[in-house]
Design a protein around this ligand. Structure first.
Ligand code: HEC
Ligand code: HEC
Ligand code: HEC
Length: 217
């Protein structure tokens, strides 16, 4: 089942790129190099730093390639203990006492290397935003229900390691292989169910589930 999903996905990736290649052959190249329409020349495009945009969700695939880092055991056990939390037994985020929730916020900014406004509307911290929805589900479904195979707990810093953006989406085929090696083979579920792509991507497989599913509810 795991491998089937992977090969279906890889087949899809290959099909897509050859379809694009065929398409390219029929289209005349643009006479002038495309200029990003929103950014006047000399002004850096705001999307250049994906960690500060509150509304823009997942980083655009056009950002520069970088080396992805696999998940590690959380380094924030002491910080969480100071709040009265054990990363192995986190309560659902909705159940956190307001006082603890406030203190947890600092662990988010540190783990993701962002400011409060990366997730919040600074005028109204209660207002729902796509990044708040994603963060809540990362807490409930990743940190609470996933560990490394040796049982080490995964907190936000485990996968984010100081950066909101962690995936290089240039090569979807390479990314799928990385997902298998880093997020499937090195990880297990606390609920002891079989862990595979579907734990995160759902069944049927949704590649962009953060934007298309998690950011919405
Ligand atoms: C990674 C995203 C993220 C970052 C960064 C973040 N928050 Fe939050 N914040 C959340 C989530 C998720 C909740 C809980 C939402 C819920 O369950 O209603 C929340 C809740 C809150 C609440 C309670 C609001 C309410 O609904 O009662 C306050 C206040 C708050 N955050 C302040 C901050 C401050 C101050 C910072 C910066 C130090 C910060 N947050 C950084 C995601 C974030
Ligand atoms: C098992 C690994 C893992 C854990 C644990 C994890 N995340 Fe994530 N998170 C990811 C990945 C992968 C992405 C996609 C990032 C990208 O597209 O570059 C992501 C994306 C996000 C985003 C959206 C970023 C964007 O650009 O739209 C937010 C917000 C976020 N995570 C918050 C959190 C918070 C808060 C925690 C801890 C409660 C957490 N994550 C725990 C893997 C993880
Ligand atoms: C622990 C959670 C997790 C597991 C397990 C996982 N992924 Fe992912 N994957 C993510 C996150 C988070 C993203 C970013 C989704 C988004 O941007 O909406 C992502 C994105 C992707 C993308 C890029 C999708 C796109 O079109 O932008 C591919 C391809 C992918 N994963 C393949 C796989 C495959 C294949 C497996 C199983 C071998 C797998 N993933 C297992 C969390 C996971």
């Amino acid at each position: 089942m795991k491998m089937l999903t992977l090969s279906v996905l890889l087949g899809g990736a290959i099909l897509t790129s050859s379809a694009l290649a065929a398409c390219d052959g029929n289209v005349a190249p643009p006479a002038v190099p495309p200029v990003p329409s929103a950014a006047p020349s000399g002004v850096p495009a705001p999307s250049a730093n994906p960690s500060v945009a509150p509304s823009a969700s997942v980083a655009p695939p056009t950002a520069a390639p970088f080396k992805m880092k696999g998940p590690v055991a959380t380094q924030m056990t002491a910080e969480l203990a100071a709040i009265g939390l054990d990363p192995k037994k986190l309560p659902p985020i909705e159940k956190l006492e307001p006082e603890k929730l406030r203190k947890v916020m600092k662990t988010f900014t540190k783990a993701l290397g962002v400011q409060c406004n990366a997730c919040h509307n600074a005028d109204d911290f209660k207002a729902p935003t796509p990044h708040k929805k994603i963060a809540s589900r990362m807490w409930n479904e990743f940190s609470r229900n996933l560990t490394l195979t040796d049982g080490s707990p995964l907190y936000c810093d485990s996968c984010h390691q100081g950066s909101m953006r962690v995936l290089d989406k240039h090569d979807k085929k390479e990314l799928a292989k990385w997902m298998q090696a880093e997020l499937v083979d090195k990880v297990k579920r606390v609920d002891k169910k079989e862990h595979g792509c579907d734990t995160c991507h759902g069944d049927p497989f949704e590649g962009e589930f953060l934007d298309k599913v998690w950011a919405k509810k």
